[in-house]
Design a protein around this ligand. Structure first.
Ligand SMILES: Nc1nc2c(ncn2[C@@H]2O[C@@H]3COP(=O)(O)O[C@H]4[C@@H](O)[C@H](n5cnc6c(=O)[nH]c(N)nc65)O[C@@H]4COP(=O)(O)O[C@H]3[C@H]2O)c(=O)[nH]1
Length: 509
């Protein structure tokens, strides 16, 4: 709680917030990159799956086409003409590498070797027609795709396609294993390697598409780390820029947080939190020591810390909130004292500036005060002399206040320039003798001469005299002997919280 403290008082909190300002763009940038990478991969994968499905479908279709073209030859002896027909398919149909005729589990005629018998098992074909193998006798290391078209008997045509055609359909532009192809019990990854089993499922990203005509499906499946790796590659070039932006933001944030907040803002917040509270200082009878009333003094309380007006009243006035805070104090004091038994003629004094006398709400507050605290209480408005004010035009408001029994006191009398003019213009009841004159009593200075003159002036005008700042018994004795009506000062009691005042009042009434 101070008008000049930084927006965020704690240095470690300011540093933490500045560090967050560095981290924020870095984290936000990373989050955006990961999500855009994920979405990009998903869109890309969809397109790649469609592309691969069309390409693989075309390979299956061509293979089937070539096989059907020579199906009538299946079961026929492997004549030169038959071999010629088989070779014709190889040379004219795209993708086709070999065409062979089989009987049972054996090939007996092929476009490559003519008449030659070799094994050709019938198992492992998806739907009895399509088979993906890691290699064959001819090219053990190169995957082969075989299409089998059977006759009603046990003869068949086998069309072989190099796995390279399939893998080039799969590998375009997709991460990890690329697009994968499942045919029967085997699958091929985007790099063209054939594996036994089914394409492994992945949790984060798993898209599959089965062909409606041919027995195969294509899939894209990625792990989280594969996605993060792709995101990191896209993010790396941005990182330096984001760190620089973050450092700049952190520097700006630290400076901004270190700046003092605007006084208006601090005061408005403190008021909203009810931090401006009334403290009461007793007004004491010099002869009996009884409490005849109290002056209400503003305090700014935040937890255990309590500030006196000297530290903030000028800023409060400048901020334009003084009127509102004075009203808050009047309302709080009225309700705080409403349960207390106040002695008859109890003077309750509030500090107001001359311009506040024109505040139309003042009349209402004084009325409530009289209603709640009873007719025995005399509201007093102490005019402080921080400003000069033209009271002309506010006679009606003053008359209303006087009709409610409100009295006016001139505060710090003798120190300002306007006291004497107020004295002539206003219907003043009380002069409050400034502390500096009371201080002069024991020093026999010029101040003491002024004190005597002020007392004489007040008495000759028939005004009540209150001396403030009484700190010693000698001051009390002097003022009492001089005929001052009321005394106020640390000698009797310091300003205290309202509740303490209410507690102590019965002992001094
Ligand atoms: N050294 C010493 N001081 C004593 C003694 N007895 C009382 N005082 C102090 O003298 C001041 C008396 O109030 P003031 O002259 O109206 O002077 C007040 C008044 O002009 C102004 N103020 C206080 N509350 C309000 C308020 O609610 N509204 C307005 N407009 N001004 C206020 O702030 C001034 C200072 O208030 P505080 O700091 O509370 O200071 C108070 C009080 O604590 C004493 O024996 N020795």
């Amino acid at each position: 709680m101070s008008l000049h403290q930084p927006r965020v008082p704690s240095r470690s909190l300011r540093l933490t917030l500045a560090a967050l300002a560095v981290l924020l763009p870095v984290l936000v940038g990373w989050g955006i990159t990961v999500s855009t990478t994920y979405l990009g991969l998903r869109d890309g994968a969809e397109a790649r799956l469609r592309y691969a499905a069309v390409e693989v479908n075309a390979i299956f279709e061509r293979s089937q086409h070539a096989a059907r073209a020579v199906l009538p030859l299946a079961g026929q002896p492997c004549s030169d003409e038959v071999v010629h027909n088989l070779r014709h398919q190889v040379t004219t149909v795209l993708y086709v590498r070999t065409v062979s005729l089989a009987r049972g589990d054996h090939v007996y005629c092929s476009s490559l070797f003519g008449r030659q018998v070799s094994g050709a098992k019938r198992e492992g074909y998806a739907d009895g027609r399509a088979r993906l193998m890691p290699g064959n006798q001819l090219t053990p290391d190169i995957p082969v795709f075989v299409w089998r078209e059977s006759t009603p008997g046990d003869a068949a045509v086998l069309v072989g396609v190099s796995g390279g055609h399939l893998s080039s359909a799969l590998r375009h532009g997709v991460l990890g294993n690329g697009v994968m192809l499942q045919v029967g019990p085997n699958w091929m990854d985007g790099k063209g390697r054939v594996h036994a089993g089914t394409i492994p499922h992945k949790l984060l990203f798993d898209m599959r598409k089965a062909d409606p005509v041919y027995p195969f499906s294509v899939a894209v499946a990625l792990d989280g780390d594969e996605i993060l790796l792709a995101a990191w590659r896209a993010y790396e070039p941005m990182l330096v820029l984001l760190v620089l932006v973050g450092l700049f933001g952190a520097w700006g944030a630290y400076h901004w947080l270190s700046q003092p907040r605007a006084a208006d803002e601090v005061i408005a917040q403190a008021r909203a939190r009810g931090e401006f509270v009334p403290y009461l200082q007793p007004l004491v009878c010099p002869q009996s020591g009884r409490w005849l009333g109290a002056e209400v003094l503003m305090r700014w309380r935040d937890g255990d810390r309590v500030l006196a007006p000297g530290a903030f009243i000028a800023e409060v006035e400048q901020s334009g909130s003084l009127g509102a805070i004075t009203r808050d104090l009047m309302a709080a004091t009225t309700s705080g004292l409403s349960g207390a038994r106040l002695p008859a003629g109890f003077h309750l004094a509030f500090n107001v500036t001359a311009s506040q006398l024109a505040d139309p709400e003042l009349v209402g507050l004084c009325r409530v005060l009289r209603e709640k605290l009873g007719e025995a209480v005399v509201p007093v408005l102490e005019l402080t002399e921080r400003e000069t004010f033209d009271l002309a035009g506010h006679g009606g408001q003053l008359a209303e206040l006087f009709s409610l029994g409100v009295e006016l006191a001139l505060d710090d009398f003798g120190t300002g320039q306007s006291s004497l003019s107020y004295l002539s213009e206003l219907q003043v009841h009380t002069l409050k003798i400034d502390r500096s004159f009371v201080d002069a009593i024991e020093r026999d200075s010029l101040g003491k001469v002024v004190l005597d003159a002020v007392i004489a002036l007040g008495q000759s005008l028939g005004l009540k005299l209150v001396a403030e700042g009484v700190e010693t018994a000698a001051q009390r004795d002097y003022l009492q002997a001089a005929g001052v009506d009321v005394l106020q000062g640390y000698y009797f009691a310091r300003p205290m919280p309202l509740a303490d005042f209410v507690r102590q009042l019965p002992g001094h009434a």
